[in-house]
Write a protein that binds this ligand. Structure first.
Ligand code: CA
Length: 220
């Protein structure tokens, strides 16, 4: 899934970016509050990791504006150590969770999974359809109980389709979900990955909705 990372500290940002990418997320990283505001206006993210102390516009202001627009995107804020005033202000401005620096990357990833799950109204930690089970914590995929190896993009595409089971996903939405800014998309790539997933999970696993996009099929 696509995540916006807002962090002006280069070393910390690099570390978080690497961790999120390892978890197969498409990540856009911006380093100031104004760039964050613009990115949030333009792109559909599944979650945002937001530092509070930022150049140009602080994180609280970015968050307040997002909520004033009615946007319910899950937001995890990063606060300085021992700053309970920051935590309170962030939560009151509409943050869903916070982490205090320095933090454990594994904890950040687990908290993001929980936020996204909660936002989707899901109780179960795994995503399932037609015998396919995806576990975001371990990034393991099984089909009828057997482990299946997927490339990073195949995994990202499957993750997106499973998270939006009741919706038709357009090719543009799927591309937004699996590629970050500046990543080479090539042509027909979504089609190619759909083809790969059908080979692994059966032709009916994903149905093509002519002229609209794709959706998981009616399989039992
Ligand atoms: Ca900062």
């Amino acid at each position: 899934m696509r995540i916006l990372l807002v962090e002006d500290d280069a070393i910390l940002g690099d570390g978080i970016l690497a961790g999120l990418k390892l978890a197969e997320h498409a990540v856009d990283w911006v380093r100031d509050g104004e760039a964050a505001r613009l990115a949030l206006l333009d792109h559909p993210y599944e979650a945002c990791v937001l530092d509070l102390g930022l150049p140009k516009r602080d994180g609280i202001s970015v968050l307040k504006e997002l909520r004033e627009r009615g946007n319910r995107l899950p937001v995890l804020i990063l606060t300085a150590r021992d700053s309970s005033a920051d935590k309170i202000a962030g939560l009151d401005a509409g943050a869903d969770d916070y982490l205090t620096k320095p933090f454990d990357l594994a904890e950040l990833l687990a908290r993001l999974r929980a936020l996204v799950r909660r936002a989707a109204g899901e109780a179960r930690p795994t995503l399932e359809h037609g015998g396919v089970v995806l576990d975001p914590a371990s990034r393991q995929v099984t089909f009828n109980g057997q482990a299946v190896a997927l490339s990073a993009r195949e995994y990202a595409l499957l993750d997106d389709l499973l998270r939006h089971q009741n919706h038709i996903r357009t090719r543009a939405q799927l591309e937004e979900s699996i590629y970050a800014w500046g990543e080479e998309t090539g042509s027909n790539t979504v089609e190619v990955f759909v083809h790969h997933l059908r080979k692994k999970f059966g032709a009916d696993f994903i149905r093509t909705v002519r002229g609209l996009g794709y959706q998981l099929g009616d399989v039992n």
